[in-house]
Design a binder for this molecule. Sequence first.
Ligand code: 5GP
Ligand code: ZN
Length: 132
Amino acid sequence: MCLFCKIVSNEIPANKVYEDDFVLAFLDIAPVSHGHTLVIPKKHYTNMEEIDNDDLCRVITVVKKIGQSLKDNLGIAGYNIQANNNTVAGQVVPHLHFHLIPRIKDDGLQLWSGHSYKDGETEEILSKIKIF
Ligand code: 5GP
Ligand code: ZN
């Protein structure tokens, strides 16, 4: 059983923020910022590639609800929503989870860096990933 399935079954304790029949949210044990919350489906799905759309809707609805609660109750200016999919993207726990990371002005967090496309690269990447 994976780590987060053990949290779902109460084998491992967690500081729960929200729970219903399908979804659980709890504080990350090593928060990027205070209030960093993880939202998971109770059913084991490794990542976004596995979860069915109905369950994803249930999870993302709770992500939205908790984001609003963090904003209303922590006095934060905003928050990041992040799901690391697969090891190369930083996924350590193989059970789909959304990170909600509270942000305050000038908190110094650098979650990603951007760069510019060179000539022709935009067309090349679009030709590979456009799906409409
Ligand atoms: P990932 O890197 O897979 O996207 O994120 C996994 C997250 O789970 C990390 O932010 C890590 O701090 C958190 N985590 C790992 N073990 C535990 C645990 O036992 N309890 C809780 N609450 N969070 C955990
Ligand atoms: Zn699991």
